[in-house]
Design a protein around this ligand. Structure first.
Ligand code: IPE
Ligand code: IPE
Ligand code: MG
Ligand code: MG
Ligand code: MG
Length: 320
C-alpha cells in the first residue's frame, strides 16, 4: 500500500483511541445530569457530549507521549482543556458574539437552554477545568510543581493575552470591517500592520494560544525537557495557525452537514479571515506552509515527533 493512503488510517485509529479515552473520562469527571441544579448540568453535558473532534485533549496526550508518559498521566488535564474549549464555543456562539445556531451537529447551547444558562454553563465548564488540572496531582509520578506550572500555562493561554484576547480582536476587527460601524482607522486592531498581519494575530491568540497551551501542559506534566517543550510550542504555534486558516476556508467551501456547524457566517458577520483577505487559493497555500512549519518544528524530537507530524498533515486535509 502506498504510504500516502496508509497514513490517514493509522492516525485516524490513534485519534479514535485517544478520543474514546477522553470521552469516558469526561463522563466520569462532569457532574451527572440530574445533580442539582440540573438545568446547568444538562446544558454543560449537552455541549460537551455533542461529538467534537477532541483535538486539544489529544494534543495534551500526544505531547505527554513525546516525553514518555502514558495517557493516564495527563487525562484529567486533557479533559480540562476540552472543557475550556467547549466553554469557548458556547460563548463564541452567543448572539452577542458570532450568533451561531448550530454547533457540533446540534442547535447551539443558548438556542436550547437560553442565553443566561449558556453563559453560566460556559462559566461552570471554565471552573471545572481548573478543578481537573488540580486533580492531575493524583496521577502517578505527577509532582505539585508540574501541576502548578500547568495552571500557569492554561491561564496564560486562555486569558486576555491568549484566547480571550483573540476573541476580543476578532470582534473588534469585524466591527471595524462592518459597513454599519465604519471603524476609525485607529480603532482597527491591525493599526500599523496591515490586514494579513492582523488576521495572523487574531488567529494566533483566539485559536493558537489554547492549542499551544495544550501541548505545553502535556509536556510539562510528563516532565519533558525544556528543549522539548519549546519544540512542541513552536509546533503548536504553526499548527494553530494552519488549523484556523482551514476553519476559515471550511466556512466558505465546507459542508455544514459534515462540519456540524453553519457555513458562510464569517462573511455575513464581516469577520476578518484569511479567505476574506487573501482569497481561497492563497489561504490554502498559507495553510500548507504553516503545516510545513509545524512539521519542521518537530525535527529536534526525532522519531518521537512522528505522531504529531502525521496529525498536522491529517488536520490540513480535514473536512470537519
Ligand atoms: C472550532 O474548533 C473552533 C476553532 C477554534 C476553529 P474545533 O474545530 O476543534 O471544534 P470541535 O471541538 O471539533 O467541535
Ligand atoms: C472560534 O473561532 C475561536 C474560539 C472559540 C476561541 P470561530 O468563531 O471561527 O470558530 P467557529 O467557526 O465558530 O467554530
Ligand atoms: Mg468566533
Ligand atoms: Mg464562531
Ligand atoms: Mg470559524
Amino acid at each position: 500500500m502506498p504510504e500516502t493512503s496508509r497514513r490517514p488510517v493509522a492516525i485516524e485509529s490513534v485519534l479514535a483511541e485517544y478520543g474514546r479515552l477522553v470521552e469516558n473520562a469526561l463522563d466520569r469527571y462532569l457532574p451527572p445530569e440530574d445533580a442539582p441544579p440540573a438545568d446547568v448540568h444538562r446544558a454543560m453535558r449537552y455541549s460537551v457530549f455533542a461529538g467534537g473532534k477532541r483535538l486539544r485533549p489529544i494534543l495534551v496526550i500526544a505531547a505527554a507521549e513525546v516525553a514518555g508518559a502514558p495517557p493516564e498521566a495527563v487525562l484529567p488535564s486533557a479533559c480540562a482543556v476540552e472543557l475550556i474549549h467547549t466553554y469557548s464555543l458556547i460563548h463564541d456562539d452567543l448572539p452577542s458574539m458570532d450568533d451561531s445556531a448550530v454547533r457540533r451537529g446540534r442547535p447551539t447551547c443558548h438556542v436550547v437552554f437560553g442565553e443566561a444558562l449558556a453563559v453560566l454553563a460556559g462559566d461552570a465548564l471554565h471552573a471545572h477545568a481548573f478543578e481537573l488540572l488540580a486533580r492531575n496531582a493524583d496521577a502517578r509520578g505527577c509532582t505539585p510543581a508540574r501541576v502548578l506550572r500547568s495552571v500557569r500555562e492554561l491561564t496564560a493561554g486562555i486569558g486576555s493575552e491568549g484566547m480571550v484576547g483573540g476573541q476580543v480582536l476578532d470582534l473588534l476587527a469585524a466591527g471595524a470591517a462592518s459597513p454599519a460601524h465604519p471603524g476609525e482607522p485607529d480603532a482597527r486592531p491591525w493599526n500599523g500592520g496591515g490586514p494579513e498581519a492582523a488576521v495572523r494575530e487574531i488567529h494566533r491568540l483566539k485559536t493558537g494560544a489554547l492549542i499551544r497551551a495544550s501541548l505545553r501542559i502535556g509536556a510539562v506534566l510528563a516532565g519533558a525537557a525544556e528543549d522539548d517543550v519549546r519544540a512542541l510550542d513552536r509546533y503548536g504555534e504553526s499548527l494553530g495557525l494552519a488549523f484556523q486558516i482551514v476553519d476559515d476556508i471550511l466556512d466558505v467551501v465546507g459542508e455544514s452537514g459534515k462540519l456540524g456547524k453553519g457555513t458562510g457566517g464569517d462573511a455575513r458577520h464581516f469577520k476578518v479571515t484569511f479567505p476574506g483577505i487573501v482569497g481561497l487559493e492563497r489561504s490554502r497555500r498559507l495553510a500548507e506552509e504553516a503545516t510545513r512549519d509545524a512539521v519542521r518544528a518537530l525535527a529536534p524530537l526525532g522519531a518521537r515527533g512522528a505522531r504529531l507530524d502525521e496529525l498536522a498533515r491529517y488536520l490540513l486535509e480535514r473536512d470537519r
